[in-house]
Every structure is written in structure tokens, then in C-alpha cells.
Design a protein around this ligand. Structure first.
Ligand SMILES: *Cc1c(COP(=O)(O)O)cnc(C)c1O
Length: 439
């Protein structure tokens, strides 16, 4: 399927072009051309394959074989080289744990695949020995910066700049991207996350900066991240006991709605899951919208599940396009908002059942509890390792949370970040000077 700009359907691009462009004209998102037929997948044949190989086949089909299944499987073998286990929590609920990658959050899947897809796109576009370097600028409130920095670390022809609000990211999260150096530069901004995001937007809207730096953003608007995430829903299906599969309700803790959009794409591709729930924290623009059809983002509230503190989810236009396209899918989709008090209770209840969790997955578990029917099997999506939020979790469950060895090591490394005020001209001058030095 070719991809179209949702705001300007006259702009059609290939998968690799979309990877390199990130966003389309007028800031439009690239998405499937919904008038075209969907690829036909043979579910039984796919289920017999190991995760990486199966993912290669799914992704090749999604790109209309722009990248062949064999070549795509080589990419997924490299990108998805860590497990995504379905772990039982109780007789009727399990968790798809997506946090066993290098930075312990599900964003590793999307970021690692994007890194390889971008390298392929650069080779194709340039058709020369040394394609121009791309600069990836990303603002982070924690997990994106870590996953993107790790995924692109030491990749040729790519420079990464991570902007983060000084003092507003957990020390552990910061260490994951401030200690790398080489082609990864981290800049602590004296401001909040919104100011960091505003600086990135200004760069993208500045033709001089955009051209000279060959800017790309690695946030979840990049179609490659979304594609990568479709794959693990098939993997969950492969691991679930057969008796449970068709009764499965997937509940996704949601912020920008990329992950839940990927789940809906998996259903659209024929994964016969019963239904999908998007769980939000008190930043509940979508649950309110589904009730009253009014899109009314409110000021973002800080919560315990801070990676979901987003009131204007940037993937919503894709979700909505898909739901409008397929009314059956719309009937299988709902959204539930969970309060802080219920997030705390859920984290504690999970611990009492013997499952160590963290606030994001706890939001999903609480949302599932509200609507799960007796015959249904709940699958919550574990988006981050509890150790990433160790202090918070320890405070809630009154028990220690152990750090995995890899994180322990990172904690001992020195931070190499620059510091800057939220001053656009200063940031731009710094980045342009640096790109000239690199020639
Ligand atoms: C990014 C993130 C989310 C939200 O995912 P979206 O795709 O933006 O909806 C949820 N939990 C954690 C831990 C995250 O890092």
C-alpha cells in the first residue's frame, strides 16, 4: 500500500520516503491509503514462524514489498533481538512485557526499527557512497530520548540531539541518554517539556535549519515506529493459549496513541482479537471525545504515569481515519480514563497478586477491571520496566525494586550533557555551527 498524507491526499509517498520525511506537507501524518485493498496475511503460516521472521513478513506486506520479506527479516532480526513475553498475572489477565530491550521501554521496538529503516532510506535516496547526514532532534520527557539515543548511537550519517527539561526527567532516564556522546548530544533545557517541544517545532518550521541540518524527528509520528509496533501484537497472539486467543481484550496504556493505533492496525490486518481498550490517565481528551464527540484538550496534568501526560495525542488522526474506514473496528474500540487514586490502588493490587508493575501498566489494568466480561481474557501492555520508575513504585508498594545490571552500569557513568536556556536563536546557532564543523 502506498502512503498518503492525511491532510493532503495528493501527497503520496513510499514507505522509505515517509521514513525520511517524518511529517508530510502542512504537518500532515502519513498513513495507509484506505481506498486501497489491505494486504492479505495467512495467520496460521505467520504463527508458525519465530517472532523476528514473522515480523519481517508482516512489515514487508505493509510496505507492499518495497522491502522484500527476506531483507525485512534481516532488519527485524537486528532490531527485535530481545524477547516480548506474555506473562500471566492471574487466571484471566496477563501482561505483554515490552520492556526487555536496551532502554527498558516499548519504545525500543519502534526506535530500533526506525534506525535501520532510516539507514535503508538514506542509501536509496542518495544512491551515492556517502549520503548527507540526518539530524534527529527529539524532545523527551524520558523514554523517547533514551530509546532513540540508544537506537541511533554510532550509526553513520546520523546525529541525534535530545532536548530535555533539566531536573524534570528521572535521574535514571536521563543517564540513559546523557552518558553516550559520540553522535548523540543531550541538551538540558532550563524549562519544561512543553518548551523543549516548542524549540523542536521552531527548528522544523525554520527552512534554513531544516535544510542545513537535514532534520528528522524520531517521535511516534514516524510511520516506521508505528509499523514496528504492529508486530508484537501478533507475537502476543502466538504465545497466548489457544482457548484464550479469540476472547482476548487488549488494553493499552496510551499517551500519544501510537501504540494503540498499532494494535488496531493488527486487528485490521486480521488478528481476531475480541476488542481493544485505550487506557489514559487523567489526561482524558480521547475518552471524553468518544462520549460527546467534542475534541477539547485541556491543560496537561502531571501524573504518576508521566509518559502519558499528553492532552493532544498526535496519533489520533490516524486512529480516527482507521475507525471511520472500518465500522467493525470502531465497535471493538473503547477508551477509559483512570484517576491517580485508582492508579495507586492498581499498582498495589498487582503487587499483592505477586506481579511487580509500574504506574503505566497499572492504568491499563485498572481500565481492564472496569469493563472485563467473565468470558474475556485481558492482555495489558507492559510499556516500561518497573525499575525505570523505581522510586515511585517503591513508595507505593513499600518494597525494594531491583535495578537490572545494565541500568546499574549506566548509573555509574558521567553525564555529558550541555545546558542551555530555552532560547531558540542560541540553540539554532549551536546546531548550525556544529554541523559545519562536521563538514
Ligand atoms: C510512550 C509511553 C506510553 C504511551 O505510548 P503512546 O504510544 O504514546 O500512546 C505509555 N507508557 C510508557 C512507559 C511510555 O514510555
Amino acid at each position: 500500500m502506498s502512503l498518503v498524507n492525511l491532510l493532503d491526499p495528493s501527497q503520496r509517498v513510499s514507505f522509505l520516503e515517509a521514513v525520511q520525511l517524518g511529517l508530510g506537507r502542512n504537518q500532515g501524518l502519513f498513513f495507509f491509503d484506505l481506498a486501497a485493498p489491505w494486504p492479505q496475511l495467512d495467520l496460521d503460516q505467520l504463527l508458525a514462524m519465530p517472532f523476528a521472521q514473522r515480523s519481517g513478513h508482516i512489515l514487508a506486506a505493509l510496505t507492499d514489498n518495497e522491502i522484500s520479506p527476506t531483507r525485512m527479516s534481516e532488519l527485524t532480526e537486528q532490531a527485535f533481538n530481545f524477547p516480548a513475553p506474555v506473562v500471566p498475572i492471574s487466571a484471566t489477565v496477563s501482561c505483554l512485557e515490552l520492556f526487555h530491550g536496551p532502554t527498558l521501554a516499548f519504545k525500543d521496538f519502534g526506535a530500533r526499527f526506525m534506525a535501520l529503516a532510516l539507514a535503508a532510506a538514506q542509501r536509496t535516496a542518495a544512491q551515492q557512497a556517502s549520503p548527507p547526514a540526518t539530524t534527529i532532534v527529539t524532545a523527551t520527557s524520558g523514554d523517547t530520548g533514551a530509546a532513540v539515543a540508544a537506537a541511533f548511537y554510532r550509526q553513520p550519517n546520523v546525529n541525534v540531539v535530545v532536548l530535555y527539561p533539566e531536573g524534570k526527567v528521572s535521574p535514571l532516564q536521563a543517564k540513559l541518554f546523557t552518558t553516550l556522546n559520540d553522535n548523540v548530544q543531550s541538551i538540558a533545557i532550563n524549562g519544561d517539556f512543553d518548551q523543549c517541544q516548542a524549540l523542536v517545532k521552531q527548528l522544523f518550521n525554520d527552512p534554513e535549519a531544516a535544510t542545513q541540518l537535514q532534520l528528522n524527528s524520531a517521535n511516534s509520528i514516524n510511520i516506521s515506529r508505528l509499523f514496528a509496533q504492529v508486530c508484537y501484537y501478533f507475537e502476543a497472539w502466538a504465545q497466548l493459549p489457544q482457548a484464550q486467543r479469540e476472547h482476548t481484550v487488549i488494553c493499552v496504556p496510551s499517551g500519544n496513541f501510537g501504540n494503540v493505533c498499532a494494535a488496531l492496525i493488527a486487528l485490521q490486518l486480521g488478528l481476531p482479537v475480541k476488542r481493544v481498550i485505550a487506557a489514559t490517565n487523567s489526561n482524558d481528551t480521547v475518552p471524553r471525545y468518544l462520549q460527546n464527540q467534542q475534541w477539547q484538550p485541556q491543560p496537561t496534568q502531571a501524573t504518576l504515569s508521566n509518559a502519558m501526560d499528553i492532552s493532544a495525542p498526535n496519533n489520533w488522526p490516524r486512529v480516527e481515519a482507521l475507525l471511520n474506514h472500518n465500522p467493525q473496528l470502531r465497535n471493538k474500540f473503547s477508551a477509559v480514563a483512570i484517576s491517580e487514586a485508582d492508579t495507586i490502588k492498581a499498582t498495589q493490587a498487582l503487587h499483592q497478586q505477586g506481579y511487580l508493575s509500574e504506574p503505566h501498566a497499572a492504568v491499563a489494568w485498572a481500565a481492564l477491571q472496569q469493563t472485563q466480561q467473565p468470558e474475556e481474557h485481558g492482555l495489558i501492555i507492559g510499556t516500561a520496566h518497573p525499575a525505570k520508575f523505581a522510586e515511585r513504585v517503591e513508595h507505593l508498594i513499600k518494597a525494594p525494586v531491583e535495578l537490572p545490571a545494565a541500568l546499574q552500569q549506566v548509573l555509574e557513568k558521567p553525564e555529558l550533557n550541555l545546558r542551555m536556556n530555552a532560547d531558540y536563536q542560541q540553540l539554532k546557532a549551536h546546531l548550525l555551527k556544529q554541523s559545519q564543523n562536521k563538514g
